[in-house]
Design a protein around this ligand. Structure first.
Ligand code: SF4
Length: 389
């Protein structure tokens, strides 16, 4: 099919931030540090005319180095970090009874955050306080990583490539504690903007080779990769929460296979036996479905302990910043691609990511430590998202 990188009739106007990235790359005083979200690897090849299996994240990292980025990373790393924080937070809330009949909700999707704050404000305290992988990575780049390379955080420009238009607004939310001036993430590009940049350079996709992320924050796991597909955050968090409770790893596919679907709200739910304790989980994507679910929770018709919400149908793989291909719905195929990558990855548990373990050991101490709270978490009552970003 024919894929476009921006709307041919100009109906779809979006802010173009590629120029800012070129300026940062051209500025010798600046160190440009790039992260690529999991969902981008499942879609960028569509816009570049590549076969799905050839369009790896390693080639995106290579492309960025050729375009002049100083350091390149995979957001799957900080997805693992998010899981460490969020799974620990869930267990803490679950075990000390602070859920108050309503579930803990995931917090990594800014479309969902905006929705809950405006439509169901009474549920805001139920949100996980964990920042999203994008924001966590930016924060760690300007602290831990900046220290390790001996660069003043003021001279670091953090760039992310996201499947999502709302991630631009997320990066601008003013709710973060900072030890440095400026934002966690300075420039957010969509997948479409990235492929447009790549075309401007005339770098042909055939010359790109698989490149690893730079060291210190290099390792990623299959659990981090599935963040990009609906249900992936829940699945990754349950793998780690199970380990934290029982001291052993579950079958990594356990939480995938036992899902059941509630057709009415395209809702997936499961009651999980967690070492003798039952954890009731639900996964929903698309805001229409989310509204139905939240109304049912409010009425007391259903009851869960942990709920994952993604604003885009199918999760981030179907995000608004992804290539548009003949108007076809590609979220399903792209999501399967991420699960394929997970099944074939060496490490499938966030708690086994050695670079994340080192980050805790050398810098953050442990999940939910004071430092982790300051750098990786937020107060949802303290921020507002600007409408036009
Ligand atoms: Fe963005 Fe959609 Fe993913 Fe939410 S589900 S983070 S709005 S791409």
């Amino acid at each position: 099919g024919q894929c476009i990188t921006h709307c041919p009739v100009g109906a779809l106007r979006e802010r173009d931030d590629t120029e800012k990235v070129w300026e940062a790359i051209a500025d010798e005083k600046k160190t440009v540090v790039v992260q690529i979200a999991p969902a981008v690897r499942a879609a960028w090849g569509e816009a570049m005319g590549m076969k799905r299996e050839d369009a790896t994240v390693g080639k995106i990292l290579d492309a960025w180095k050729r375009m002049g980025a100083d350091y390149v990373f995979d957001t799957s790393f900080s997805a693992d970090l998010t899981i460490m924080e969020e799974a620990t937070e869930f267990l803490e809330r679950f075990q000390n009874g602070s859920l108050n009949n309503w579930p803990m909700f995931t917090s990594c999707c800014p479309g969902w955050l905006r929705f809950v704050k405006t439509q169901f404000p009474e549920m805001v305290p139920q949100l996980s306080t964990a920042k999203s992988p994008q924001q966590m990575f930016g924060a760690v780049m300007k602290t831990y990583f900046a220290q390790s390379i001996g660069v003043d955080p003021e001279n670091i420009v953090t760039v992310s490539v996201m499947p999502c238009v709302a991630k631009k607004a997320e990066a601008n939310m003013d709710f973060y504690y900072k030890e440095y001036a400026g934002k966690d993430v300075d420039i957010v590009l969509t997948t479409r903007e990235f492929t447009r940049m790549l075309r401007e350079t005339h770098i042909r996709p055939e010359v790109l080779t698989d490149r690893k992320p730079d060291s210190l924050m290099q390792e990623w796991t299959g659990a981090g990769v599935i963040f990009g597909a609906t249900g992936g955050v829940m699945e990754a968090a349950l793998r780690t929460a199970y380990h934290a409770l029982s001291g052993k790893n579950p079958d990594p596919d356990f939480f995938h296979d036992i899902r059941t679907v509630n057709e009415e709200y395209a809702l997936t739910e499961a009651n999980l036996d967690f070492n003798g304790t039952t954890v009731r989980t639900a996964i929903v994507s698309g805001l229409g479905n989310t509204r139905k679910l939240l109304e049912a929770i409010r009425r007391g018709d259903v009851s869960y302990d942990f709920v994952e919400v993604m604003a885009c149908p199918g999760g981030c793989v179907g995000g608004g910043g992804q290539p548009i291909c003949d108007g076809k719905e590609l979220a399903g195929v792209r999501g399967e691609n991420l699960h394929f990558l997970d099944r074939n990855s060496k490490i499938r548990f966030s708690h086994e990511n050695q670079d994340v373990a080192k980050l805790y050991q050398d810098f953050l101490e442990h999940p939910l430590s004071h430092k982790s709270h300051m750098i990786l978490h937020t107060d949802h009552n303290a921020w507002s998202m600007h409408e036009e970003q």
